[in-house]
Design a protein around this ligand. Structure first.
Ligand SMILES: [Zn+2]
Length: 526
């Protein structure tokens, strides 16, 4: 029974490692497998006690196999149903099934280790084309979840970080819009509307999703179409989270990276135990059982908190280190920048600073015990953070932002000298840091729970632009990034005169519990 459990537990784990091109013969992987062997040994011991225990143990490992390998158990009910069905079926037959499962499991384990991994399904980039040499180079970098300078004012330590950012953009002769905001809370909606130049209105049908894993495709991209019409050759760097190359009339050489990958962990200087712990957490985090258990625990925790009973915090670790993968893309962008030519438009959507907060200011990956998501497990029901947990997250967020600027310095420095004098450079966010006490989107039932700070955390975002005819400096007008990009593109990046044509009343579009989109006034950032 112990051997059967081990093979059944370890086979989907090996498949996971191979899917992400992680080497198997490593100390951290051997440590992970040892942990599984110990768990399997305990299941084997329990099964020896009675045939009833054997049936439960067998049903449990088979449920885990279905969960981890096939991902078909969509919710807690499916988990319970699968387990109960297997348990009932195995109650009388466990003793006959165990040898078959041990043999089948061993075959699966060896086959998974030996056979090649399935293809990753990523579309290879289209061939790079040449743009009109009369056009200046445009570099457009979207730093996901980069809060604006106005948004940093009320955050502990935010003043200092804001000063550093301001100095950076001043040194590079950018015009910085400190009170810029996004009209949406979500990336796909925010960028979808910005790249289609539709400030002040919600447009349906711009994007589609695969329904399940929150992977989005932008179906229409007016900005890219315009650039192609003008004679630009487009190159895009993006993650699998949002495909901005989904418009057939906006052809671009698109480099897409899988932000859920793990291979980058192999080369970082963490201990064997830390790496093993990181891999097991990420692996477990993708199973329905783990997500369901942590969800139910959080529910119970907030119910008991209402009676003054405090339960220990679930080690609600982040189960991804996607910022480290985005960092690799940023380094790639820097390398490729050396060959940037006139007539090139380079767009990079990077999940940086974003979350979870896993990097220090020097861009080193922190040990997994210190990884934090933007949402605190200890927050009361319906809330995302307590005052303390929000402050801690902003401190860690600030470290990650500092790492981003180290890299950004390199990317800007890599622009070839002959392009630099008239290059147009845009560096922007897509929404705020979203380290809220309560999320405004979807609109909570008790809207009185929302504070102006929640809106600032969610919608204040970065917008900085450098172009030969734009005067560098600081602009404190409260304008949406959609309005900014439209006004700039309409004026060939020569002025921002058309900003006045957008609504003077800042509004955001948020989704309600029933799935509708509603406009709400955005409180002033002052
Ligand atoms: Zn985003």
């Amino acid at each position: 029974m112990g051997a059967a459990s081990f093979f059944v537990l370890a086979s989907p784990f090996l498949a996971f490692l191979k899917r992400y091109h992680y080497a198997l013969l490593r100390a951290d992987i051997l440590l992970c497998l040892s942990v599984m062997a110990v768990v399997a040994g305990m299941i084997g011991l329990a099964a020896r006690v009675s045939t009833r225990a054997a049936a439960i143990a067998l049903a449990l490992v088979m449920t885990l196999l279905i969960d981890a390998q096939f991902g078909v158990l969509r919710d807690g009910y499916a988990l319970v149903a699968a387990f109960t069905g297997l348990w009932a079926g195995l109650t009388f037959f466990a003793r006959y099934f165990t040898p078959a499962l041990a043999t089948g499991g061993a075959v699966m384990f060896v086959a998974t280790a030996v056979l090649p991994a399935s293809a990753d399904g990523l579309r290879p980039p289209a061939e790079r084309t040449s743009g009109a040499t009369s056009l200046p180079l445009i570099v457009h970098i979207v730093l996901d979840a980069h809060i604006g300078l106005a948004g940093l004012q009320d955050v502990s330590g935010g003043d200092r970080l804001g000063d550093e950012i301001e100095v950076f953009f001043r040194r590079h002769r950018f015009q910085l819009f400190g009170s810029a905001y996004s009209e949406y809370f979500d990336t796909y909606r925010s960028l979808g509307h910005e790249l289609n130049f539709s400030p002040g209105e919600h447009v349906a049908g711009l994007y589609s999703s695969d329904g399940n894993s929150h992977v989005w495709t932008l179906r229409r991209n007016a900005y890219f179409r315009d650039l192609i019409r003008d004679g630009y050759a487009l190159t895009v760097y993006q993650s699998t989270f949002l495909d901005v190359c989904g418009d057939a009339r906006a052809r671009a050489a698109c480099h897409t990276y899988d932000h859920t990958g793990i291979a980058a962990l192999q080369s970082v200087p963490l201990s064997v135990a830390d790496k093993a712990s990181a891999i097991l957490t990420i692996y477990a985090g993708r199973t329905r059982l783990y997500r369901e258990l942590s969800f139910q625990y959080a529910k119970l925790q907030s119910r008991l908190a209402a009676f003054g009973i405090r339960m220990p915090i679930w080690q609600n670790r982040a189960n991804t280190f996607s910022p480290l993968i985005a960092l690799e893309t940023m380094r790639r962008l820097k390398r490729d920048m050396a060959t940037a030519r006139r007539g090139d438009y380079v767009f990079a959507h990077l999940l940086l600073p974003h979350g979870p907060y896993v990097l220090d200011a020097g861009c080193n990956l922190l040990p997994p015990a210190r990884w934090l998501t933007r949402i605190a497990a200890e927050a009361p029901r319906g809330a995302m953070n307590t005052a303390d947990s929000r402050e801690l997250r902003y401190e860690r967020y600030a470290e990650q932002v500092r790492c981003v600027y180290r890299q950004l310095e390199g990317v800007l420095g890599a622009i070839p000298a002959e392009q630099r004098h008239d290059a147009i450079i845009i560096v922007q966010g897509d929404h705020g840091a979203r380290i809220t006490m309560t999320d405004p989107d979807p609109l909570p039932a008790r809207t009185s729970a929302l504070s102006p700070a929640d809106f600032v955390d969610s919608y204040s975002t970065l917008f900085a632009v450098r172009a030969p005819k734009l005067a560098p400096g600081y602009d404190e007008r409260m304008v949406s990034i959609t309005c900014l990009l439209k006004a700039l593109a309409d004026a060939d990046y020569e002025n921002t005169l058309r900003l006045g044509s957008c609504s003077s009343e800042p509004e955001v579009f948020l989704s309600t519990a029933s799935g509708k989109i509603e406009a709400r006034q955005l409180p002033s950032f002052d």
